[in-house]
Design a protein around this ligand. Structure first.
Ligand code: COI
Length: 359
């Protein structure tokens, strides 16, 4: 795909960028450019371009604004010691975008075009890749329905875009264990719904529960499946893992409701490489409570592109609080995190071919 280049005449000054990169936090600042590829029914993908970052002109009747026909991805670009910038499993994100596109009746984008778009943005905005410990340039590809039409049918005009944001710890500050809140009044997904698609609607639907979590001092909310013995599904914005006695790593199986996390898949692979026994299966809240009562639950952790791997200290709920051991740096989550970040940043050999050089 040929990309036209319209570069910004007013990029951030080196001083402003340096100030931002000192403490980027998560999702607060955006680089100077964006990549756009438009799609029209009967024409296909066209007008691929890089342009200055800025507001999008949308017709007020654009279907994304009314019916939420939108999907997105999250991946990161890491600075390596040799000066190169590399991204992690970008093809998997491209494939997941297409799975989400099928569910939301949006057009699929060729995997190569996705990777090219990401590469181009990182090349143009390379100076924004942070170099601090655990920091990266977070890339947010997304696709929106832009046709001005109020009938309920798939949009005949679509825009794919990539924006980039320098990122530190998702939860702010240094890495620390977080308490999470058990949502008992809201569900994230229903069978046959959009649970495993990465669409904005799933995240919008999690926000009321997230507010409840915040009221109880929690950083994330945990969702259960009330139609399946209250099996654990995932958190508002990340997958969840359990470490049980005997180095057993358990995570909820992909049942159509759960996001196919790229970090989740990588954690499973790294854990198997480290010799842990890995179980993708139904894990109910009752089994969780029993494991805590019997002392067989060693650790709980969350994972995602944004969250990387973050230990969970407590599950708070209307019934009370369960506290988990294993939040220290000698725990299984910490070993997996070290391997994962090691591969991503070039400190550990990339034996699975997960990296793509962008710059
Ligand atoms: C990601 O981890 O990339 C996500 O999209 C989740 C969101 C909570 C930031």
């Amino acid at each position: 795909m040929e990309f036209a280049r319209h570069l910004s005449e007013h990029p951030a000054t080196a001083e402003r960028r340096a100030e931002i990169l000192k403490d980027p936090g998560f999702g607060n600042y955006f680089t100077d450019h964006t990549v756009v590829i438009d799609w029209t029914e009967g024409v296909g993908w066209h007008d691929a371009r890089v342009e200055p970052y800025g507001p999008i002109a949308l017709d007020p009747a654009a279907s994304v604004l009314h019916y939420g026909q939108e999907i997105f991805e999250g991946l990161k670009a890491f600075r390596h010691a040799d000066g190169s910038v590399q991204t992690f499993r970008a093809e998997k994100n491209a494939e997941r975008l297409n799975a989400s596109a099928r569910r939301l009746a949006l057009p699929e984008l060729p995997v190569e075009s996705f990777v090219e778009a990401v590469k181009l943005l990182v090349q143009v905005d390379e100076a924004w890749v942070p170099e601090g410990d655990g920091e990266a340039l977070y890339l947010r590809p997304f696709m929106i329905a832009t046709e001005a039409f109020l009938g309920v049918r798939p949009s005949r005009e679509v825009s794919f875009r990539v924006i980039a944001s320098p990122a530190g710890n998702y939860f702010g500050g240094e890495l620390h264990a977080v308490p999470i809140w058990l949502s008992e009044h809201f569900s994230r997904a229903g069978h046959g719904g959009t649970g495993e698609a990465k669409c904005g609607g799933n995240y919008a639907a999690s926000l009321a529960a997230q507010l409840e979590a915040q009221d109880h001092g929690c950083a994330q909310v945990l969702f259960l499946d009330p139609t399946d013995d209250f099996a654990v599904e995932e958190l508002g914005g990340m997958n969840v893992f359990f470490v049980l006695e005997g180095n057993r790593l358990v995570t909820p199986r992909l049942n159509g409701n759960i996001l196919h996390g790229v970090t989740r898949a990588s954690v499973l692979q790294i854990a198997a490489d480290l010799g842990l026994s890995v179980e993708e299966r139904k894990f109910t809240i009752d089994e969780w409570r029993e494991a805590v009562a019997e002392g067989t639950l060693r650790e709980v952790f969350a994972c995602g592109t944004a969250a990387v791997i973050t230990p969970v200290s407590e599950l708070r709920s209307e019934q009370g609080t369960m506290t988990f051991p294993g939040t220290g740096a000698d725990a299984v989550w910490a070993r997996i995190r070290e391997q994962l970040l090691g591969v991503q940043t070039g400190a550990v050999a990339d034996t699975h071919g997960w990296l793509t050089k962008l710059v």
